[in-house]
Design a protein around this ligand. Sequence first.
Ligand code: UD1
Length: 366
Amino acid sequence: MNKLVKIIHVAGARPNFVKIASILKACTKVSDVESLLVHTGQHYTDNMSKTFFEELDIPAPDINLEVGSDSHAQQTAEIMKRFEPVVLKHKPDAVLVVGDVNSTVACALVAVKLGIKVIHVEAGLRSFDRTMPEEINRILTDTISDLLFVSEPSGLNNLKAEGIDGTKVHFVGNVMIDTLEHYRKKSAESHILDDLELKPKEYVVVTLHRPSNVDKRRALTSILDGLAEIQKEIKVVFPMHPRTLKYIKANGFIKKSERLPNLFVTEPLGYLDFLKLMSDSKLVITDSGGIQEETTILGIPCLTVRENTERPVTLTLGTNRLVGTDTDRIIKGYRESLNKVIPGTKPKFWDGKASERIVQTLFHSL
Ligand code: UD1
């Protein structure tokens, strides 16, 4: 019999919900973990939050900090201010944070300052691009974590190079893939293709939300010009992130996109619909981190419109290619992926069991 371990799990933004879903499921399978879920409220609209809780069977948060959107400093500070009394009241053995969003670093910092252990799931990823807000969040969170769970081998190398004590680091695999494997069958029943009048393998899916791509006129124009060419040959479906929609509206791009007859902009989709949409697509074009991983497991070619990735295993073993934001490189990448499909192989421990490994390790390490 293990001792009872009390953990506060933190989730704030859309990709966090996908990761925490599997971790919480694994925790409920063992009687020795008491879990409390804190939603920071970084993402709050139904299609960025509530839908994910419903579809992924995530229990309602025990506490919602309701921070909402703001500048980085305001948002991070507000999460910290509202999270500190929660930790003081509930006195957990550890605070578990996932990924690399502002909620991740904010809650990790609160915990470490109160002498509470910090567990970071998806530790060690590095793009080596410090202009990305997520890279700063990743480095800071790893530095102050007591237990670091790594999803791919590059994470082990990066943490070692940064001098992080190897006894704190555990290579367990990818919790986002746990969730994918759990819901794959259910998502196959989604009607999204019928709803959008699509046929399998006759469309491309696009997602964009990185500030460096969507808040910058030059990068966004260049990517949209690439999509304008691609949609002449194949339907392009673009579930649009609110950040992207905001910028596109503010800059008159919406008219430009409306003139493209084969480009279909939708609201952000729920998990099951989006998984189905990716699974049946010809190609995915994205700047998301998680989607590079999901397409690798689904065996769908992925063009990443960035110059770097913090998930290099998706390039070496998976179906991912980096094409940057240059129009010609995007079009070239599109043509190459049609002509030469990279089959891709499954990275180690991306097997649906990462969360179980995490829970097992917790008992030995806390
Ligand atoms: C955040 C994360 C990013 C992650 C992404 C996933 C940081 C620094 N960024 O970026 O790493 O990949 O989430 O989606 O933590 N908005 C809504 N509804 C919501 C949430 C946001 O409309 O529920 C709008 C607001 O206008 C807000 C904008 O989207 O200003 C951006 O939201 P924010 O959470 O600041 O950053 P993301 O771009 O979503």
